[in-house]
Design a protein around this ligand. Structure first.
Ligand SMILES: CC(=O)SCCNC(=O)CCNC(=O)[C@H](O)C(C)(C)COP(=O)(O)OP(=O)(O)OC[C@H]1O[C@@H](n2cnc3c(N)ncnc32)[C@H](O)[C@@H]1OP(=O)(O)O
Length: 209
């Protein structure tokens, strides 16, 4: 199976290394709008994003490696509507419970832990060393940045972004498109479209709807 990754940035490198370590793919290629300037990228960047359909065949899987949650959602939805085959990438050194679920197009990075009865949506990123405890629900296109700890029974709404090292105590609910600052400690629910920072985390502004 060939893998085409959309987005040749830093996150793309992490996704490609992870894909390579799984040994599931015969070839890994990238699409990126800066393809002409990316000759020194560690993998071949063969075309611009809009040409994705040229690479469609039964032996090709696609993965969207864009750190920005809205962009990732937009591209993943575009590829899904075009009937392309999307893959999910789990680093061999991530610990993923067999009682958990990881949605299509998600990436679980090295050292991450996903514990039992947790459900991770489509197009999510569980970044390096992040811990998602038992019985959590993560909607689509969430990004949990490196070193974050999400305790049990937490619910995270679509498109939310937890900054590096965020901690969330058990039973908390985050609305959709919430952002937390690096190092935030969340001890109360956060409404949709809010940015919260600090210890304990307080909402300082809207993230827009
Ligand atoms: C592999 C990877 O790299 S994955 C990527 C991981 N990325 C991250 O973890 C980034 C997390 N981002 C942050 O923490 C950012 O600072 C954000 C998102 C909170 C900043 O948001 P912005 O909208 O740019 O806000 P801005 O920088 O104007 O800060 C607003 C206020 O919050 C404060 N603030 C910003 N970040 C933090 C933080 N992490 N903790 C506490 N306070 C913070 C600022 O000091 C400022 O305070 P002031 O109004 O009293 O001056």
């Amino acid at each position: 199976m060939r893998l085409i990754i959309l987005g040749a940035g830093g996150h793309g490198k992490v996704a490609a290394e992870c894909a390579s370590l799984t040994q599931q793919f015969s070839e890994i290629l990238f699409l990126d709008d800066e393809c002409a300037k990316l000759q020194d990228y560690p993998w071949k960047v063969v075309d611009i994003l809009d040409n994705f359909a040229l690479y469609k065949n039964t032996e090709t899987a696609f993965f969207v490696a864009m750190g920005n949650n809205r962009l990732r959602a937009q591209w993943q939805n575009t590829l899904t509507s075009a009937g392309l085959q999307l893959t999910t990438l789990c680093h061999p050194k991530a610990l993923i419970s067999s009682y958990s679920q990881i949605g299509t197009g998600s990436l679980v990075c090295a050292g991450a832990v996903v514990n039992p009865f947790t459900c991770i949506g489509n197009g999510c990123i569980v970044n390096t060393g992040a811990i998602i405890e038992h019985d959590c629900t993560m909607s689509d296109f969430v990004h949990v940045a490196p070193g974050s700890v999400v305790a049990g029974n937490v619910s995270i709404g679509e498109g939310s972004f937890l900054g590096a090292g965020t901690k969330i105590i058990p039973g908390i609910t985050l609305g959709s498109w919430v952002q937390t600052g690096a190092g935030a400690t969340v001890i109360s629910n956060i409404a949709a479209n809010s940015l919260a920072v600090g210890v304990p985390a307080v909402v300082i502004k809207s993230t827009g709807s």
